[in-house]
Design a protein around this ligand. Structure first.
Ligand code: FAD
Length: 435
């Protein structure tokens, strides 16, 4: 098995522009027993820990590497008020039932406001920008899906705005888009700094955070659970596993309940003054429906951030950089040939439904995984809901996601293998206007 956890986060540019203090694990002695142990210090684990502590639970948070070293600190930092891709709340009514579909839609629609409010409340120095977010249509085919998403939100009373091609060009400077929708609550952050800021807040709430504590097993001890980690044994009444694309085989079927997908991100050199006025003039980030990556934002140094799925063959960084450079030039012809200065990778976790799952693995042991490519906000809002469930303030029936037994994904290994080889197919389908 590939060892995916990389505590030093080599190459991740967000480290260089981070303004939050790095979390220092002082190796404090743990308590004899906790109400809750959370495994994995990405946004989801940090959010569960924070909100559970606010509910009065004693909490320990165990992280195999360092805070934010998984997808959270490596993400693009897009804070998006929408489902993954073209999925809408209407698509969920049949499989999930109306009440649950609406609950999840409300959670997703409210995600960015929750995140930016938390950042403001705790003065998290993660360069937050909230100029909104756009889902533009890059083809006639995608226009239908983008319109469907727009209508789905509008019919729910969410304040979305339709932009025609000219309005879209005016706000983004981007070429080739035929229309799209805008919502003012979206935005961007330095994702690594956000993880560190959350760790600061979580620690201030009295949560025991332990780094270098890869959990290797969990076993029952009467009504409690014993969690064995590389940093020793911990005892708790309840356990929440929030390891997402890095999920280990702690229970039969758990690792097969998600498909880890390796993604890469790039950053260009900073834009020059003459490029700035015509490239993202209002700094609104956007994400289209191209399967081979059509998402762009600027960072605090005015570098263009983009990326896609890693093609698991040949020289992966060279392939990724080349593709991203071409995609940036397609959207912003004035940036043709722009130097790509930074490249890094990370794992997100897919489920068949492209939505997160809460699974019960044993008595009082749950996992919350499968955030797809839209986890910056949803990990935190669903993490908050999960904390309420663990604190017994919400029942399983009231949750926005079903609480199920562990569910292995059919042909998980094959799907993971094919996912790593699919990128050229995605590129071809995009180029042919099939997406
Ligand atoms: C390159 C990339 C770009 C992305 N861009 C965006 C974006 O712009 N916007 C967006 O909304 N989403 C984006 N996503 C998705 C988003 O980042 C994730 O959905 C989200 O960060 C998941 O958070 P998490 O806490 O569930 O998991 P993670 O952040 O992956 O955290 C899981 C943690 O569990 C730890 N762990 C694993 N095994 C163990 C163990 N045995 N014991 C203890 N700890 C363990 C890992 O070390 C890791 O720190 C992106 C993902 C990637 C990979």
């Amino acid at each position: 098995m590939v060892h995916r956890i990389e505590p030093t986060m080599g190459g991740v540019r967000w480290i260089e522009t981070n303004k939050e203090p790095v979390y220092i694990d002082k190796g404090a002695s743990p308590k004899a027993e906790y109400d809750l142990i959370v495994i994995g210090a990405g946004y989801c684990g940090l959010s569960v820990a924070l909100q559970a502590a606010k509910q009065g639970l004693s909490v320990a948070l165990l992280e195999a590497g360092t805070v934010g070293c998984g997808a959270s600190g490596r993400s693009g930092g897009f804070v998006v008020p929408h489902f993954p891709g073209g999925l809408t709340a209407d698509d969920l009514i049949k499989p999930f039932g109306k009440a649950r579909a609406e609950r999840l839609a409300a959670l997703i629609a409210g995600g960015p406001s929750y995140v930016f409010d938390l950042i403001r409340e705790h003065d998290i120095k993660c360069d937050p920008e909230q100029p909104g977010w756009i889902q533009p249509a890059h083809s006639t085919k995608s226009l239908k899906r983008v319109k469907k998403a727009y209508n789905s939100w509008r019919n729910r009373g969410v304040d979305v705005e339709w932009l025609n091609a000219a309005a879209l060009h005016e706000r983004t400077g981007a070429s080739g888009y035929v229309g799209g929708w805008y919502r003012s609550t979206g935005g961007t952050v330095n994702p690594y700094a956000l993880a560190l800021g959350l760790a600061r807040v979580v620690s201030d709430q009295g949560v025991h955070i332990r780094e270098g504590a890869a959990v290797t097993s969990i076993r029952r001890d009467g009504a409690a659970q014993i969690v064995t980690s590389e940093a020793g044994e911990y005892k708790a009444q309840k356990v929440a596993i929030t390891t997402n694309g890095y999920t280990p085989a702690l229970y039969p079927g758990l690792q097969q309940s998600v498909i880890p997908l390796r993604l890469y991100h790039v950053m260009t050199r900073p834009l020059l003054d003459n490029e700035r006025g015509v490239t993202m003039p209002s700094r609104i980030p956007f994400t289209d429906l191209r399967k081979s990556g059509g998402f762009i934002r600027l960072d605090v140094e005015n570098r263009v951030v983009s990326g896609g799925a890693v093609f698991n063959a040949g020289n992966q960084p060279a392939y990724g950089k080349h593709h991203a450079q071409a995609r940036i030039a397609e959207i912003f012809p004035q940036l043709k040939g722009i130097e790509i200065e930074h490249y890094w990778e990370g794992y997100c976790a897919l489920t068949d439904a492209f939505l997160p799952a809460i699974q019960q693995l044993d008595h009082n042991v749950y996992s919350v995984v499968g955030f797809s490519t839209r986890g910056v906000a949803l990990t935190q809002t669903l993490g908050r809901e999960m904390a309420l469930f663990l604190a017994e303030k919400k029942t399983a029936d009231e949750m926005p996601v079903r609480v199920c037994p562990v569910e292995r994904i059919f042909m998980q290994g094959t799907k993971q293998l094919l996912g790593g080889l699919a990128f050229p197919v995605f590129q071809a389908r995009d180029a042919l206007g099939l997406t």
